[in-house]
Write a protein that binds this ligand. Structure first.
Ligand SMILES: Nc1ncnc2c1ncn2[C@@H]1O[C@H](COP(=O)(O)OP(=O)(O)OP(=O)(O)O)[C@@H](O)[C@H]1O
Ligand SMILES: [Mg+2]
Length: 458
């Protein structure tokens, strides 16, 4: 078994200054409580430099996924794929992990909802439930059932292959592939039509409902009067009038119901209406889905990584929209988490390293954020996270408190105060850090109380 080789970070600053002794400070994964690494530094301080060092220091059986926001993390042996509106590489979010314990419809649906909801435009409760129903129904149309794992195996087809199947009218073939976002949008438009057809409380549907309401009301009045008449002698003409009114309302209601019943097809129209809420909500969900499709990152054109061990996602072209970036990275991280859980426990070894630069874009304090899930739960599955940003405050509390390694490079003076408070250290430690020469590192070794140590870089 090969273990990750250590990464030399530098030499103990005080041992050199005080005692003229060169004491190595090393990143040794076997000795650390966990393999997560946080790197903070001002622009040009050397974050990318250290990202490269850490990647190159991994043993050659560690898989690496690099989310390269600046497009500058060149690593020997890495396969780079550019994600842009023109290359159109993307992942179909509806492809299922067929594992009965770690995969399935419900998890896939939750992942899509989490990725969309975790952006600047969160999903409302109604939107979320409409989207959940749409996604589940899109699977059902392919014969994929949330409760039956034997239906979770389908083929992954590219957009082009799907087009060909449609052209050849190969419906059986189409059923054998996973649904796509395009399928979901098409389905949503059909549901919207159904709502417009008057099954809802609008137009003809409203006439039916109004007539029914009136019928109930008149009948109640009539009954009341009848009761009254039974106890005291009174006017029968009023009763007769009410009776005939009831008759004509009944005809109207029956007419409306007739139309309604004739338009029914599945026998599940009522459930559909309840599920799909209102036209406004459905329309807003369709808009969100169409925007997603336009971006391309959720289209079915798998990036050509082949079987490369180091995969570099160049996501620089997506940088115009923080929401897109966030969705893309979070969605990939969720898939990676599931893959590694499925592979089972790693018995203390690093199996896969995920690298995230400019981490301010991807961190928040939500427990479902995949960054926090990796930070707190993925150690035993051998998944490590290396993230870099301009300030430690750009990393979530969960990550900062759990990361086995924190490397502070020269930080911008404007953040000394907030960074020192967040890390509960003396500001002075940050003030003396020299770009590319010195840093402060906190290595949480097993059974040791962690503390920051100043280092001269090697
Ligand atoms: N410890 C170091 N030893 C030698 N060169 C270094 C060191 N740290 C950084 N450099 C060099 O300094 C330059 C800037 O470093 P780098 O690109 O890593 O900074 P960065 O923090 O990633 O900046 P940005 O915020 O712009 O992404 C690079 O040319 C890099 O090679
Ligand atoms: Mg950089």
């Amino acid at each position: 078994m090969t273990y990750a080789s250590a990464v030399l970070i530098g030499y103990d600053y005080w041992r050199r200054r005080r005692d003229q002794v060169e004491e190595r400070v090393q990143w040794n994964p076997e000795r650390l409580a966990n393999h997560h690494v946080g790197i903070a530094g001002a622009p040009g301080a050397g974050k990318t430099h250290w990202i490269r060092n850490f990647i190159e220091g991994q043993s050659d059986d560690v898989e690496v996924d690099i989310f390269d926001y600046h497009g500058d993390i060149e690593v020997p042996g890495a396969k780079t794929v550019l994600f842009s509106e023109s290359t159109k590489y993307g992942f179909n979010p509806l492809v299922l992990n067929p594992d009965p314990d770690y995969g399935g419809v419900r998890r896939a649906v939750n992942d899509v909802i989490a990725a969309i909801g975790n952006t600047s435009r969160a999903l409302g409760t109604n939107q979320e439930s409409v989207l959940r129903n749409l996604l589940t129904d899109a699977y059902s149309l392919k014969g994929i059932s949330a409760t039956n794992p034997s239906t979770w195996y389908r083929n992954e087809a590219t957009d082009e292959q799907i087009h060909r199947l449609i052209e050849q009218q190969d419906w059986a073939g189409l059923r054998q592939v996973y649904p796509t976002l395009h399928d979901v949008t098409t389905l949503a438009r059909r549901k919207l039509k159904a709502l417009w057809m008057g099954i809802e409380d609008k137009d003809e549907g409203r006439q039916v409902l109004t007539a029914f309401d009136e019928f109930c009301r008149v009948m109640a009045t009539l009954n009341q009067r009848r009761m009254k008449n039974a106890s005291q002698a009174s006017d029968d003409t009023e009763l007769a009038q009410l009776d005939s009114k009831l008759g004509s309302i009944k005809m109207r209601a029956l007419d409306g119901f007739g139309t309604f019943l004739e338009r029914m097809q599945s026998g599940r129209e009522f459930e559909e209406v309840v599920k799909y809420n209102s036209k406004d909500v459905l329309l807003s969900v369709i808009n969100r889905l169409e925007n997603l499709q336009a971006i391309g990152i959720f289209n079915s054109n798998p990036p050509p990584f082949g079987n490369a061990r180091i995969r570099r996602y160049n996501i620089k072209p997506l940088a115009q929209s923080e929401d897109e970036l966030r969705m893309f990275v979070h969605f990939r991280l969720q898939a990676i988490i599931r893959e590694e859980m499925q592979r089972g426990e790693a018995h203390g070894r690093i199996r896969r390293l995920v690298v995230v630069d400019e981490c301010v874009l991807f961190n928040d304090e939500s427990r479902s954020n995949p960054i926090n899930v990796i930070a707190t739960q993925m150690r035993k599955f051998g998944l490590a996270l290396l993230q870099a940003g301009q300030s430690p405050t750009h990393m979530s509390e969960e990550f900062l408190s759990s990361a086995g390694t924190l490397l502070l490079l020269n930080l911008s003076p404007t953040i000394w105060d907030s960074a020192a408070r967040r890390l509960k250290i003396d500001q002075k430690m940050l003030q003396y850090l020299q770009p590319q020469h010195t840093g402060a590192v906190r290595l949480t070794e097993k059974g040791q109380i962690p503390a920051f140590k100043q280092v001269y870089f090697a």
